[in-house]
Design a protein around this ligand. Sequence first.
Ligand SMILES: [Zn+2]
Length: 225
Amino acid sequence: MKMKHNIEDFEAIGNDHIGTSSDTPMRNDAFKLTTDEKIDIIKDDVRHILETLGLDLTDDSLKGTPSRVAKMFVKEIFGGLRPDKKPSASTFENKYKYGEMLVEKNITVYSTCEHHLLPIVGKAHVAYISNGTVVGLSKMNRIVDYYAKRPQVQERLTIQIVKELQEVLGTEDVACVIDAKHLCVNSRGIRDVDSSTVTSEFGGKFKEKETRREFLDYIKLDTQF
Ligand SMILES: [Zn+2]
């Protein structure tokens, strides 16, 4: 059963950007419609918003906008809602017996704030310590990108990335730090251009002070090529 909130609750959640669960809240009928059916419906909805705002959608520049936005929502910026788009979980045996921490840093994050539908742009730093299984390096970038392509709160995104890698790698020893700008904070509302939000999730050995320190030191390295 769904919990009932009053409007004040939504306002409070929206303004403070507090997430409520590590799972993206999905409806039971989320995948009853095909991708094309969703695009058709959203196209009409976007047209309705723009017309309500008073825009003339027969104008050459605007007439393609509803279908452009609908496709972008379904296939691109919210494409990570689709389970079939989840990166495949191919792993390898750790043949070279590398037992130290592996850090993939400065992974570009393009996500969307679910409270305002405005961009979240930043960097994710992901690390794990192998217990015998390794993943291809780009898999970490793909996992970040998959979960970023949803309406998100940064806290949930951070946790979802860690949980997915823990599952794929079969170890708790996974960590993620995300440093990102939220355009809903930078470009509207309080309009603080310079602020960014840092979130972190530390699993297994990363809960230990020294391991955590090592990870944080690596991501501070100013790598220039
Ligand atoms: Zn927001």
